[in-house]
Design a protein around this ligand. Structure first.
Ligand code: SF4
Length: 417
């Protein structure tokens, strides 16, 4: 039976700690060994400072104890010991499993660097060693121990802690990338096409139409369509486009060669987009995003276009906010656009499961950073493009190496997982 310890258990706890701690004798640095390993006064002081003990009782006798201390935003595992003679019978495992149900906070445990059996135990239960610099920082932040003990200890953390660190780091990097000044966006490999798409002052409808064309073909091809239409018509001025009939739009998209394999559907989408911009926004598509709208308003306005589902609408809003730096009053509805890089890195970082649908990834991002879920796009895309390739990973270059659960553990397969 696992139960909370009471004041009357003090001497039993003291006895178990000092019995089990004999294992440290001759293993940990000599100057850190005391006999008894922990005095009664020290134990009482620890309890007074907030260490709560749970014990495993059998036959009316405590055979193992484990301490839990909540400090700031983490929970520390303190003083986990099992009587000699009752070890290797699963007592520690049961105590640890129970402790994990008692906190929603990330869990950290510190132990002697030389106590390899203890390190292995926690590793077996999903804890991972933090890097030496982080270990020093954590020991100084959450523990009150002498410097010499900091030097001779290690810290292991559970997946919640690593997950929190990953999310914080990604958000911070996303904010850095977001704060960069506007740079011409490379949508295609064609500089003239990109110039048209980047010219929101004169051709905001080109951007809207390109977003709407981005369906079931490669993005680079979809984003070329406004430029190719311009070549075929001789102009991309809105007044010129407004005069085109549906039949004319259809033939422009069809000849000399089709611009999209969904020819009928996309010709209709393009024609209706021009009509909507004319009717609803007086021919000026920049009115869709002008005036610092809320992110929900912005997404909803794109959703009102024929052929625009949530994926296109959120992508359109995301690029405007993230890359064009269009101001919005909030970013709650700016979701991620899970392309292959974003998906791959999300999964490898352990933030999403392999095979997760785009909707699931969207909700993962919302759960992790509700005020601006799309912030992950920037940092995940950068990692995916730079180091976390589908067939190989350059983990030693990646700034998340120390937190990533799959860093350097395998040669990533060609499946893009
Ligand atoms: S550490 Fe390696 S596996 Fe993890 S995200 Fe970075 S590159 Fe990918």
């Amino acid at each position: 039976m696992i139960r909370p310890c009471e004041a009357s258990d003090l001497h039993a706890i003291y006895a178990i700690i000092n019995d089990a701690a004999q294992a440290y004798k001759g293993v940990i640095p000599e100057d850190r060994w005391h006999d008894p390993y922990m005095s009664l006064e020290e134990l009482e002081r620890e309890i007074a400072q907030g260490v709560g003990f749970w014990g495993c009782e059998e036959g009316g006798e405590l055979i193992g104890v484990i301490g839990l201390q909540h400090v700031q935003d983490v929970s520390l595992i303190r003083h986990a010991y099992v009587r000699t003679g009752r070890q290797r019978q699963g007592v520690s495992t049961r105590l640890l499993a129970h402790l994990r149900t008692l906190t929603a906070h990330p869990m950290l445990v510190g132990t002697w660097a030389d106590a390899v059996w203890a390190i292995r135990f926690y590793q077996k239960h999903g804890f991972r060693l933090v890097c030496p610099e982080e270990k020093d920082r954590l020991l100084r932040k959450y523990w009150s121990i002498p410097e010499r003990q900091v030097e001779t200890s290690v810290v292991l953390a559970d997946e919640r802690w690593f997950g929190d660190e990953i999310v914080d780091t990604l958000v911070k990097r996303g904010e850095e990338l977001l704060a960069r000044p506007f740079e011409t966006i490379q949508f295609t490999a064609n500089a003239e096409a990109d110039a048209l798409l980047n010219d929101l002052d004169h051709y905001p409808h080109a951007y809207v139409i390109a977003c709407l064309m981005d369906r079931q073909i490669k993005a680079e091809r979809a984003w070329l369509i406004p430029y190719l239409i311009q070549e075929r018509v001789g102009s991309f001025a809105f007044a010129v486009l407004r005069d085109l009939s549906l039949d004319r739009v259809h033939s422009l998209m069809r000849e000399p060669e089709p611009l999209h394999w969904l020819l009928n559907a996309m010709a209709k989408t393009l024609f209706l987009a021009i009509q909507r911009i004319g009717d609803q926004y007086s021919g000026d598509a920049s009115r869709i995003w002008r005036g610092t709208p809320s992110s929900a308003t912005l997404v909803r306005r794109f959703l009102e276009f024929h052929g625009a589902g949530p994926k296109i609408a959120t992508m359109a809003a995301n690029i405007l906010v993230r890359d064009f730096k269009i101001p919005v009053s909030d970013k709650y509805s700016i979701d991620i656009s899970p392309d292959r890089h974003v998906r791959r890195v999300f999964v490898r970082l352990g933030l999403a499961r392999k095979g997760a649908s785009n909707e699931e990834l969207t909700y993962v991002a919302r759960e992790l950073h509700p005020t601006y879920p799309g912030i992950f796009d920037l940092s995940l895309w950068e990692i995916g493009k730079s180091w976390c390739h589908s067939r190989s990973s350059e983990c030693d270059q990646c700034y998340l190496q120390q937190y990533c659960p799959t860093a350097g553990t395998r040669t990533h397969g060609a499946t893009g997982t």
